[in-house]
Design a protein around this ligand. Structure first.
Ligand code: DC
Length: 224
């Protein structure tokens, strides 16, 4: 049985970094699907389309050449062959990704790309709709969350390290806005799949979360 692991959760729950560590321990690839929506958002921003214009964004999505590759086991996200892995980490792209990802044509294309990648082999995939849509048949689903205050606190501290002094209240407000957008959209809103295991990391260290998830995976697929 191929090992497919779904990890979903809200912004700032640490999904990407935890998923990287878990995939590393299990010796499998990690697909960060948010990076794909971000690459499309960058394409739409560069094209100058109105992000709230469903037809224009859908047309952008049909044109955009988005691909994922791996270098030394780490994901590189490509837009028309350009490695945009770092460029897609700005606040502007984050906010734009949250908007473009609500359009059905966008979701349809991204889900198809992600399922194609998942078919190629063992993979841990993180996002918002992985347990509910992309890997709906997977026996191994995790919903990783933490309180909004704790997620904002972590993001605030990460920002400070990068020299970004955005006040905590503003970080919390942006996070609440993205939660509302991701959980409130009509198509594939973020929610815990009925058969997903909940991991609430509010009072856990990163290592505790990684170990807890590895134990859940091994409980399903056996010791790796
Ligand atoms: O995980 P992230 O913050 O990089 O995701 C960026 C945006 O993309 C996020 O606001 C929601 C959207 N997204 C999505 O709708 N479905 C996914 N599977 C992954 C991300």
């Amino acid at each position: 049985m191929p090992m497919n692991i779904a990890i979903d959760g809200p912004v700032g729950a640490g999904k990407s970094s935890i998923a990287d560590a878990v995939a590393g321990k299990l010796g499998i690839l990690h697909l960060d699907t948010g990076a794909m929506y971000r690459a499309l958002a960058l394409y739409a921003l560069r094209s100058g389309v109105e992000l709230t214009d469903e037809a224009a964004v859908s047309a952008c999505c049909a044109q955009a050449d988005i691909a994922v590759g791996y270098a030394d086991g780490r994901q590189r996200t490509l837009l028309s062959g350009e490695d945009v892995s770092d460029l897609i980490r700005t606040g502007e792209v984050s906010a734009a990704a949250s908007v473009v990802s609500k359009w059905p044509a966008v979701r349809e294309r991204m889900v198809a790309l992600q399922q194609e990648l998942a078919r190629k082999g063992n993979m841990l995939i993180d996002g918002r709709d992985i347990g509910t849509v992309v890997l709906a048949d997977s026996p191994c689903k995790i919903y990783l969350t933490a309180s909004a205050e704790e997620r904002a606190r972590r993001r605030y501290l990460q920002n400070l390290e990068k020299g970004d002094n955005t006040p905590f209240e503003d970080v919390l407000a942006a996070l609440n806005a993205r939660d509302a957008q991701d959980m409130g959209r009509a198509v594939s809103p973020l929610r815990q799949a009925e058969d997903a295991v909940l991991v609430d990391s509010t009072d856990m260290t990163r290592e505790e979360v990684v170990d807890a998830i590895v134990r859940i995976v091994e409980g399903i697929y056996g010791k790796q």
